[in-house]
Design a protein. Structure first.
Length: 189
């Protein structure tokens, strides 16, 4: 059994905060995004090598991976194409990218996702409220800053993509074992 996993882009994989810090104000930053040719391809990876590790995990665990983003347009190619190229350049061939609006939970339900990795607590709450998917919150800040409701509602919190990918690999192995056991049970009936 393979896992169907979605990864958010900005704040999980791509360093949007670093790009924003290089600009004086939020208004000037979004103007910069809008006017910069293929801006979304220029971002740095937050944890270098994590996109490649997602690809390796997907291959080993037979995961179906989708990348989600709410990126607005910028000059040049569409946000979707820029994001696909960004992922390919970092080691994930043939990425499925959805530029979306609305509740991550509704999206998770519509795409029948099992896991959604995000950096925003409100998106994780949407996932719990509107889908059967398991939200994983990548929280790189101090642990006391995590909203209490997040932990109480069962959101899995990790401090890095490395920790997230280890967790997903473990879950993938468990799912494969459950699939083998279920298959054996059907054969023995």
């Amino acid at each position: 059994m393979s896992l169907r996993i979605a990864f958010d882009m900005d704040g999980v994989l791509a360093d949007m905060d670093g790009a924003a810090r290089r600009h004086n104000g939020q208004r000037s930053f979004w103007k910069h995004v809008d006017e910069t040719e293929n801006f979304w391809q220029s971002l740095e990876e937050i944890e270098p090598g994590s996109v490649k590790r997602i690809s390796e995990g997907a291959t080993a665990g037979r995961w179906e991976v989708i990348f989600l983003t709410k990126r607005p347009r910028s000059a040049g190619e569409t946000a979707q194409i820029q994001t696909q190229r960004w992922l390919q350049d970092r080691g994930f061939p043939l990425p499925s990218v959805y530029v979306v609006q609305g509740s991550r939970g509704t999206i998770a339900a519509a795409l029948d996702l099992q896991v959604v990795v995000d950096d925003r607590p409100e998106n994780c709450l949407d996932i719990i409220a509107d889908s059967k998917a398991r939200p994983i919150l990548v929280w790189r800040g101090d642990a006391p800053g995590i909203p209490a409701a997040i932990v109480k509602l069962g959101v899995t919190v990790v401090a890095s993509m490395e920790e997230c990918l280890e967790l997903l690999a473990t879950e993938s192995r468990r799912a494969q074992k459950r699939g083998v056991v279920a298959g054996l049970k059907r054969l023995l009936r």
